[in-house]
Design a binder for this molecule. Structure first.
Ligand code: OAD
Length: 243
């Protein structure tokens, strides 16, 4: 695979690499994306039923079962070479920030130290009544209830119409505005505010790089566009940069 020599030079010299990942980075682990034709979640299910608080209030069992199934799926798959290449980049560069829209926990399992989770995590639930996070519950109960109070527990994820958690979003915005290199990997760049981060980076003078088999609305910002799978491109980029 031939990769631009100038990109390798910039990566070797990077002061701060900031990376935004989306569902595409986990696709090669076997986790479906949201918008890919036929296989994407949103081509098979209605987001308003499964990913809104109104949908949850209407049918908490349906929504809880869907998230429990996704939790089981994610527990049964492994991080792929794309996740692992990001761990290696974190090790090699003076400063590295990983921002993810994914809730599957695969970056952490690969060994990334502190990914910023913009959309929450499948591995936590929180009380519908007061948002208190719980990490232990009866997985056989659907919908699950708080062991202490009996109130309904919802996934600790961001649903449509909800704001992103403030501290992760602030940390992500600060990193995007401070980096000199910004990688946008495996995201359709359609969902804001996450999709605004490459714009923040570009406006602050960073070199934006897109890794995705398909073009996206942020492609025009990218100085380098690598078309292909993250699990193949990222290891190849590492080898080309540090032969
Ligand atoms: P999408 O499903 O919208 O986009 C996945 C992207 O990954 C597409 O651009 C694909 O071309 C690309 N892709 C597929 N396979 C790939 C591979 N092997 N390597 C690299 N790229 C690949 O997923 P997201 O952009 O993550 O939000 O979606 C953003 C948000 O929309 C999600 O976090 C979720 C969803 O609704 C919430 O649930 C709040």
């Amino acid at each position: 695979m031939s990769l631009p020599a100038e990109l390798c030079q910039r990566l070797r010299a990077a002061r701060h690499l900031c990376v935004l990942t989306g569902a595409g980075i986990s696709a090669e682990s076997g986790v479906p994306t949201f918008r890919d034709h036929q296989t994407g979640f949103w081509s098979r299910y209605r987001p308003e039923d499964l990913a809104t608080v109104d949908g949850f209030r209407r049918d908490p069992k349906l929504v809880s079962d869907w998230y429990a199934e996704r939790r089981r799926l994610c527990a049964a798959v492994e991080p792929n070479p794309g996740h692992r290449a990001l761990v290696e980049l974190e090790r090699r560069l003076p400063r590295f920030t990983l921002i993810t829209q994914n809730i599957d926990g695969l970056h952490q399992r690969a060994g990334s130290r502190a990914p910023i989770e913009l959309h929450g995590s499948l591995l936590r639930l929180r009380r519908l009544s007061d948002d208190r996070v719980v990490t232990a519950w009866d997985e056989t109960e659907s919908p699950p209830r708080c062991p202490e109070t009996g109130v309904l527990l919802r996934p600790d994820v961001v649903w449509f119409g909800e704001p992103l958690p403030a501290a992760p979003m602030a940390a992500a915005t600060a990193a995007a505005g401070d980096c000199d290199l910004f990688f946008c990997i495996g995201t359709s760049a359609l969902v804001y505010p996450a999709a605004g981060l490459p714009l923040t980076a570009s406006a602050a003078g960073a070199t934006v790089v897109e890794l995705n088999p398909e073009p996206t609305p942020i492609t025009h910002l990218a100085a380098f566009t690598l078309r292909g799978k993250a699990g193949e491109l990222l290891p190849a980029l590492l080898t080309a940069t540090w032969p």
